[in-house]
Design a protein around this ligand. Structure first.
Ligand code: FES
Ligand code: FES
Length: 173
């Protein structure tokens, strides 16, 4: 074996210590330099509510919040998130931040197998934090990167629309 090949093998075996605040808790993990954030969340931290679908940024199953913005965790290396605040579907659920969205999804049967639902909720949460009263077209546009194979989307759009309207009525009181 040449020295060059040995160097590559050594690099592949390296791990790096990263620190995040995940769902309000400080954590440290040893990760390979090429380990994705979603693999770290699911594999090291056992936060399996974040799903893995396409692994290429197309399906939205892996969305989490990194420093308050929705990010495809399949496209981010864990080392890139070092020092960041990460909120997964588990943390958003525990904090109550998306309780109304979850209740409305449930009430309107806006999920069937549920595989896409964590990513849908993270994305809907981001949309409503940026746009208080999105049109149905804007909701559909925002969800264009979230694939759902089950529902046909109508109930999902209905649920997000209903929450946006309910929140704006609440804000006006
Ligand atoms: S798994 Fe990340 S976008 Fe599909
Ligand atoms: S509910 Fe099954 S993929 Fe969306």
């Amino acid at each position: 074996m040449s020295g060059f090949e040995e160097t590559i093998l050594d690099e592949a075996d390296e791990t790096v210590r990263v620190r995040f605040v995940v769902n309000g808790r400080k954590v440290a993990c040893e990760v390979a330099p090429r380990e994705t954030l979603v693999d770290c969340l699911r594999g090291e931290l056992e936060l399996t509510g974040t799903h893995v679908g396409c692994e290429m940024g197309a399906c939205g199953a892996c969305l989490v919040q990194v420093d308050g913005r929705a990010v495809h965790s399949c496209l981010m290396f864990a080392v890139q998130a070092d020092g960041a605040r990460i909120d997964t579907i588990e943390g958003l659920t525990e904090s109550g931040a998306i309780a109304d969205l979850q209740a409305e999804f449930h009430r309107r049967n806006a999920l069937q197998c549920g595989f896409c639902t964590p990513g849908m909720l993270v994305n809907a949460h981001e949309l409503l934090s940026q746009m208080a009263q999105p049109s149905r077209e804007a909701i559909r546009d925002a969800l264009s990167g979230n694939y759902c194979r089950c529902t046909g989307y109508e109930a999902i759009v209905d649920a997000i629309d209903a929450v946006a309207k309910a929140r704006s009525v609440g804000d006006a009181r």
